[in-house]
Design a protein around this ligand. Structure first.
Ligand code: ADP
Ligand code: MG
Length: 204
């Protein structure tokens, strides 16, 4: 099982790479139903996270918490505090995970943090629409191990992302558009899927 500092740093590096590669997509999606800054916000934040050296932290938990604080202070907008809270709570719960159940608990703590902060529910057309089904799929497959559970989570996350398209937004900037927000994929659900897909590629 590979859930050590190197694996966690590889997860964040993979996520940072996806954000950078798809910065224009994320910005275009946010231009349709927001203010067109999600790609640039996230890219700036993940570049700052990439400047952290995992080896300089006493524990993986400290690294994750610092990554969260870095996102809070560099991303801005709605998504900065939300992704920041995810990594802060993930760090608090991470410890030294021994199995898929431990990883699931940490991921759930992270997503619970996003919900506590943003108060979004499934169906509000936010990143929560991707992350909540991802966690459910993870739990369903946790008995098979970290890699199969994360693979199932990534698939469910992508399905949740796609399911945001017809929804009317009830949270965040997109909600200002009312009915006109329908027919567009939520940018935060799109970046959140990159996060979980990156986990599936790097943690096992
Ligand atoms: P801003 O809307 O402030 O410009 P971003 O463009 O970086 O911030 O992020 C927008 C994304 O944040 C949305 O696509 C949505 O997924 C997510 N989001 C916004 N508000 C909330 C909320 N209250 N709870 C969860 N996610 C939210
Ligand atoms: Mg925006």
């Amino acid at each position: 099982m590979s859930l050590d500092a190197t694996a966690v740093a590889a997860w964040l590096a993979d996520f940072a790479g996806q954000i950078h590669e798809h910065e224009a997509l994320l910005t275009d999606l946010d231009r349709e139903i927001g203010d067109g800054d999600h790609g640039s916000n996230m890219d700036r934040g993940m570049k700052a996270v990439m400047a952290l050296d995992v080896a300089s932290f006493p524990t993986v938990a400290d690294y994750l918490k610092k990554a969260g604080m870095t996102l809070v202070s560099t991303v801005g907008g709605a998504s900065g505090p939300l992704y920041g809270t995810f990594f802060l709570r993930l760090g608090v719960t991470w410890g030294e995970p021994q199995n898929a159940l431990d990883v699931g608990k940490a991921l759930r703590a992270g997503v619970d943090g996003i919900v506590a902060r943003g108060k979004a529910e499934v169906g509000d057309k936010t990143m929560i629409d991707a992350l909540v089904p991802a966690l459910a799929a993870y739990d369903e497959h946790a008995g098979e191990g970290v890699a199969p559970a994360l693979a199932a989570a990534a698939e469910a996350c992508a399905a949740g992302r796609d399911a945001t398209i017809p929804l009317v937004a009830h949270k965040g900037r997109a909600s200002y558009l009312g009915e006109r927000s329908a027919g567009h994929q939520d940018p935060g659900a799109t970046s959140a899927t990159m996060l979980i897909e990156a986990a599936a590629r790097t943690l096992s």
